[in-house]
Design a protein around this ligand. Structure first.
Ligand code: DOR
Ligand code: ZN
Length: 346
């Protein structure tokens, strides 16, 4: 049995670092294990212009521990008033790597997002022309649609019609949680890919709701039934380059999670690689892990894989879940995968 596994230094193609005290608390965890991360722009107020992205990147750089080999790759938050010229200029100047589409109201800090996809068509056309990838939070917000169906309905109502109009637009369907999403991306050709999170490979909706409500497993898109989780694991471990890691590590203080109206988001940055090694080992697919964490995403985004490496070892005893992080504003709970994890990063 493999005892040690050396991977190309990975990329996290979907990461929330926040700002202020939280940024300082969480950045070292991602910088320890990852070479690059695509940084989500859903701050309050959001990162909407090239100047916003430069300022935010500077704050992130200041939070990276000295000597760490970590590069933040920036995104802009698409709004109905986004200036296409500003966005394209930011991409051409190498300030941003992608643009994020949040349907308004779909998730944390999405109030400035898009209500009507037609309102952003000129921007999407400019992005298509310039080859700038669109990262999509793929859930409808229609209150008539059951929360467990929102991803599948988004594909049918929004994503597929959009791609029919702009087949050359490069799209990443973020944090896919259903077999519908997996099937759509698998059959979708070279201009669509998907990120998969760590937590959705481990939890199904029972983990949130059966035997008591567990706010630390609440995230968006919400975890679905077990058949869907299995489809995600199959996609991640298949070697199909359309699927790659985007942790969606999304820290919220415990006080904000454990409340009457708790926030969506799971903090997985500290133990993502160990958890993934476990799940790939169980799928007998450890040889596919390097592609999933370090190669497929780089290929889609047109960058070379990182030069460095990261090594994991498999211990004979299960490893403890990393301790909660202390921020200047309160505690932050780390994802507990609820199954034994024998791997650790050395
Ligand atoms: O669970 C989530 N948390 N899903 C998202 O889409 C946003 C994220 C956050 O920013 O907290
Ligand atoms: Zn996210």
């Amino acid at each position: 049995m493999t005892r040690s596994l050396t991977l190309t230094r990975p990329d996290d193609w979907h990461l929330h670092l926040r700002d202020g005290a939280m940024l300082d608390a969480v950045t070292p965890d991602s910088a320890a294990d990852f070479g690059r991360a695509l940084i989500m722009p859903n701050l309050v107020p959001p990162v909407v212009t090239g100047d916003d992205a430069v300022a935010y990147r500077d704050r992130i750089m200041a939070a990276i521990p000295k000597g760490a080999d970590f590069t933040p790759l920036m995104t802009l938050y698409l709004t109905e008033t986004t200036d296409a010229a500003n966005l394209v200029a930011a991409a051409r100047a190498g300030i941003i790597m992608a643009v994020k589409l949040y349907p308004a109201g779909a998730t944390t800090n999405s109030a400035s997002g898009v209500r009507d996809i037609n309102a952003v068509m000129p921007v999407l056309e400019a992005m298509t022309e310039a080859g700038i990838p669109l990262c999509v939070h793929g859930e409808v917000t229609d209150p008539e649609i059951d929360i467990f169906d929102r991803e599948a309905v988004f594909i049918e109502r929004v994503l597929d019609p959009l791609r029919a109009k702009l087949p050359e637009l490069r799209v990443v369907m973020e944090h896919v949680t259903t077999s519908d999403g997996v099937d759509y991306v698998r059959g979708g050709g070279a201009n669509i890919a998907a990120t998969l999170t760590t937590h959705h490979l481990f939890i199904n909706r029972n983990h949130i709701l059966a035997g008591g409500i567990r706010p630390h497993y609440y995230c968006l898109p919400v975890a679905k039934r077990e058949t869907h989780r299995r489809a995600l694991v199959a996609a991640a471990t298949s070697g199909d380059a359309s699927f790659f890691l985007g942790t969606d590590s999304a820290p919220h203080l415990d006080a904000a999670k454990l409340s009457e109206c708790g926030c969506a988001g799971i903090y997985t940055a500290p133990n993502t690689l160990a958890c993934l090694a476990q799940i790939f080992e169980e799928a007998d697919a450890l040889d596919q892990l390097d592609g999933f964490v370090a190669r497929h995403g780089a290929a889609f985004y047109g960058v070379v894989p990182n030069a460095g490496t990261v090594t994991l070892v498999r211990e004979t005893a299960p490893q403890p879940v990393p301790r909660n992080r202390a921020t200047a504003e309160g505690e932050l709970t780390v994802f507990d995968p609820l199954v034994p994890i024998y791997w650790r990063v050395v």
